[in-house]
Ligand binder design. Sequence first.
Ligand SMILES: O=C(O)c1cccc(C(=O)CC[C@H]2O[C@@H](n3cnc4c(=O)[nH]cnc43)[C@H](O)[C@@H]2O)c1
Length: 211
Amino acid sequence: MRLLLVTAVPAELDAALPGGSRAGVTGLAGGVGPVAAAVSTAMALASGTYDLVVSAGLAGGFAERAPIGSIVVADTVRWADLGAATDEGFLDLSGLGLAGGDVLPTTGGRWVTDALGAADVPALTGEILTLATMTGTDRRGAELASVHPAAIAEAMEGYGVAWAARAAGVRWAEVRAVSNVIGRRDRSAWNIPLAFDALRGAVGALAAAAA
Ligand SMILES: O=C(O)c1cccc(C(=O)CC[C@H]2O[C@@H](n3cnc4c(=O)[nH]cnc43)[C@H](O)[C@@H]2O)c1
C-alpha cells in the first residue's frame, strides 16, 4: 500500500508523521484551503504512484457530535460553502442549476476504519464538511449543525484532496483530530497538543497497516 498523507500546514505533518515519511507513507503539507489542497494533491499524484490519498490534520468538531481529542473519519465530504448566499438561504451548485460540488462518498474510508480498528484507535465516522471560511461564530456553527445533521466536523481541505484524487482515479479518505469546538472563535480553547497526540496515534495505525 502506497499512501499519500496530505495535511494543510507543516506543524500538522510533523505531528502526524514525525520525520515526514514512513515505510509506505509519504507526507505532504499542501497548504490551507480546498484550492491549495487540490493543486498540491494533483501535483503529487502526477509525479508519484499511490494507492490511497488521506486528507489529515486538525478539525473543528460539532458540539455533542465530536469532542476535542476525538478522531473523525469521513464517510462523505461536502464543500459546504460552495454556492450562493441568497435572501432565501444558501443554494448549493445544484440549487443554482450548475454541475459539480456533489457530496463525495469516500472510496478509501473503509480501509482507514479497518486500520484504525485493528490498532484499537477509537474513531467517529460521519460527514466532514469542507469550508473555505472557517466557522467563527456560534450562530454560523448552529446554522451548519442544523443544515447538515450528519456532519460531525469541519475542516478546510478534504474536498479539494478528494476532488484531485477522484480525477486521478485514486482512492481517498479524510481522517482528522478535533482540536476545537465549532462556533465562536476562541483560540485559547483549542487543545492542539491533545489533538496532535490523537492524530499521531491514528496516522501511526494507518502507517502500520500500509507497511
Ligand atoms: O496555532 C497553532 O499552533 C496551530 C498549529 C497547527 C495548526 C494550526 C491550524 O490552525 C490548522 C488549521 C487547519 O486546521 C483545520 N481546522 C481546525 N479547526 C477548524 C475549524 O474549526 N474549522 C475549519 N477548519 C479547522 C483546517 O483544515 C485548517 O487548515 C494552528
